[in-house]
Design a protein around this ligand. Sequence first.
Ligand SMILES: Nc1ncnc2c1ncn2[C@@H]1O[C@H](COP(=O)(O)OP(=O)(O)OP(=O)(O)O)[C@@H](O)[C@H]1O
Ligand SMILES: [Mg+2]
Length: 373
Amino acid sequence: MTDREAFQRTYGIIGQSPEMQEIVDVIRQVAPTDITVLISGESGTGKEIVAKAIHGASKRAQQIMVSVNCGAIPEGLIESELFGHEKGAFTSASDMRRGYFEIADGGTILLDEIGEMPLATQVKLLRVLESGEFMRVGSSEARRTDVRVLAATNKLLEYEVQQKHFRPDLYFRLRSVNIHLPPLRNRKEDIPALVEQFVKETTEKNKIQFGGFNNNATELLMSYHWPGNIRELRNAIESMLVLERGKRLDEHDVRKYLHEKTQVTTDRNLPVVSNRTVEQAERELIYRALVELKSNIIEMKELLEGRLSGTNLQNSNHTQSQNGNGVLTMDEMERRMVATALDRHKGNRRNAARELNISERTLYRKIKDYGLQ
Ligand SMILES: Nc1ncnc2c1ncn2[C@@H]1O[C@H](COP(=O)(O)OP(=O)(O)OP(=O)(O)O)[C@@H](O)[C@H]1O
Ligand SMILES: [Mg+2]
C-alpha cells in the first residue's frame, strides 16, 4: 500500500481517479501547516471529509475542530456566534458568551458555506485571518486566538465577488490554497470503489444480504449524472439495498432510487439527462474553467504589478482590476475556450473534447456554431 492509499484509508477518502490522487496529495502537503484552505465543489462532493482529513493530519489533531455553517445562522446573530458577545451587548444578551473563534482556540474552524457570510462579517473574518485578533460584540477589547481556518463553499466565489456579495480581499486571502472537488460525473472511475464501500457499510450496519447488480444495473450506476454527487450515491445504495433486500438488482430496480429520469446509453461519456440540462451543465463547466483562468491571469497581473511597484500582493487592492476589465460575454468566453483547447490539441477533437469535458458531438456543434474551422 502506498503512503497515499494509507492516508486515504485513515480518513475514509475513496477514489483513485487522477483528480482524487492529486487532491489527496495536496491535503497531505497542506495539513501540517497552518495555511488557510478553501475547499470548493458541488454539494455532496466530499468537502467536509476533506476538511476533517486536513484537521486530522495536522498538528492540531488533538485539539477541537469546530464546524460552523454560515448559511444556517441568521444574519443578525452570526457575529456574536463567531466572535462572542459581552453581557448586555444587545437586548437578548443576558450573559457573556464566547464565540466559535474563542472556543476553537488552538484547534481548527471550518467555515462552511462561506459564500453566505454577510459582507460586514467578512471584514472581521479578514482581520482574524491576518492578525489573529477579534472583538466580542459589545466590546472594544481586541482578543487573540490561534485558530486554523478552513472554508468550504459550493458557490462560485469568483462570481459572488463580481456580484459584490463577497469581498475580493477576503476571497484572495482564502483561495491561496484552493482544493476543488470535481463532481462525481467527472471522475466516474471512482464509482465502483465507492459503490463497493457503501454496499459493505449498508450490509454490515443493517445485517442484510446483498444479491448483487446485473450488468445493466452497473451500467446505469456508471452512466448516471449523479447531481447530488457522492452523498446521492451513498443514499441511493443504502435505500436500494435495504428496500430490495437480498434481490439481484437490475436497472429498473436501480432507477427507482435515482432522482433524475435517466436512460442507459452505449456512450458512457454522455451524461444521460435531457439535452437541455447537458447543455447547461457543459456551459457551466466551461464558464467555471474560464472564470478560474481569468482570475489566475488577474492574479498574475497583480503579482507582476506588485513586483514592479514593490508592493505586496496581499495588501494590494484587487477591486479595481476585477471591475476594470471589460466583461466578456458568455458566448465569447466559450468560443475562446473551445479555440484554445483545439489549438492545444493541434486540432484533435477527441482530446479537445475530453479536456473541455464535453462530448465530441457537442464540440462539433460548437466548432460549427462559432465558425472555428
Ligand atoms: N471520496 C469519498 N470517499 C468516501 N466517501 C465520501 C467521499 N466523498 C464524500 N463522501 C461521503 O459523501 C457524503 C457527502 O460528503 P460531504 O458531507 O463531505 O459533502 P459536502 O461537499 O460537504 O456537501 P455539502 O456541500 O452538501 O455540505 C458523506 O457521507 C461523505 O462521507
Ligand atoms: Mg458539507
